[in-house]
Design a protein around this ligand. Structure first.
Ligand SMILES: [Zn+2]
Length: 300
């Protein structure tokens, strides 16, 4: 039975399997980690009283302490007035279970991209300031950005060793005029990383596309660099990028993969507690069926 849903006839909660009570024979990391409980612990429960009476009745329970409303995220009943009220169609979109895990991983990637982008912008500025003298980017980095150095080192980012910077450096003989081009190329690369970071942090579909395309275009370069010289830094950077591409393609069903955006939305709807209750309501009494049909058509 579902998390917290003790009343008889409650529909099966699709996200309950990600809860702590789930037990499966397979060994999976985070199999017993409850993303819903973590999120509710951090941000509080999301209770909502829909104006549709039949649906409201399914989400509320009377207790000796007063009316309790079901949290749309973790499914627990919370005593007290609901956080929000209104038509079901205007209920907040609540990320649950797998969607919460995805959001967490995407934001970790966003932070990594963001930090890399900021350091790249600083590097572009350093190259531009250094315009005129012949030096490698390594020297520019060391003499002009000593403050950024410890941070980059701690993050395991050696900008002159990984990714396009290394190749950009080799493409141009570092003369006075070409240093400006190097600065512009590094600036563009930094801007791309920051765009990816913003899109991923905001959990936008365009951000996922930018991240996949923006990361994929540098894969041939990374392969070339790995063939040229194998270092742990290059290997780990490439593995992280390949993971990001694969993870985004697979879980977000980009480019029509696994049914594409429609399948992705269908999956999200199937995970929504409000939708689960509505589906159950449709299978219940004929009078509530008419009401539920109305709500569903609004939600589609
Ligand atoms: Zn909750």
């Amino acid at each position: 039975m579902s998390t917290g849903g003790s009343a008889a006839g409650r529909p099966e909660d699709p996200q309950a399997s990600s809860g702590p009570r789930a037990s499966s024979g397979r060994r999976r990391p985070f199999a017993h980690f409850d993303w819903n409980a973590r999120s509710c612990g951090l941000h509080g429960h999301v209770t909502y009283a829909p104006t549709e009476t039949a649906l409201a009745a399914r989400l509320a329970a009377s207790t000796p302490a007063g009316t309790a409303w079901r949290c749309l995220r973790c499914g627990s009943y919370v005593v007290g007035s609901p956080r929000g009220r209104g038509p079901a169609a205007e209920a907040p979109i609540v990320l649950r279970g797998r969607a919460l895990r995805d959001a967490f991983i995407l934001r970790l990637l966003a932070v990594e991209r963001g930090l890399r982008g900021l350091v790249l912008l600083a590097l572009a500025y350093g190259v531009w300031k250094f315009n005129g003298a012949k030096a490698s980017l390594q020297q520019v980095f060391e003499s002009y950005l000593p403050a950024a150095r410890p941070l980059a080192d701690r993050l395991g980012i050696d900008l002159t060793e990984t990714g396009p910077v290394h190749t950009i450096e080799h493409l141009f003989a570092l003369t006075k005029s070409t240093l400006v081009l190097v600065a512009l190329a590094v600036l563009a690369y930094g801007a791309l990383e920051l765009t990816e970071a913003v899109g991923l942090w905001l959990l936008r579909r365009w951000g996922e596309y930018v991240a996949v395309v923006g990361t994929s275009v540098f894969v041939p370069l990374e392969v070339y660099e790995l063939v040229e010289k194998l270092t742990w830094l290059r290997i780990s950077a490439s593995l992280l990028n390949l993971f990001a591409i694969g993870y985004l393609l697979w879980t977000k069903r980009l480019f029509g993969l696994r049914g594409g955006h429609r399948a992705f939305q269908r999956q999200r709807r199937g995970e929504s507690l409000l939708e689960v209750e509505q589906t159950a309501m449709l299978q219940a009494t004929p009078q509530s069926r008419a009401e539920g049909q109305g709500i569903r058509s609004v939600l589609r």
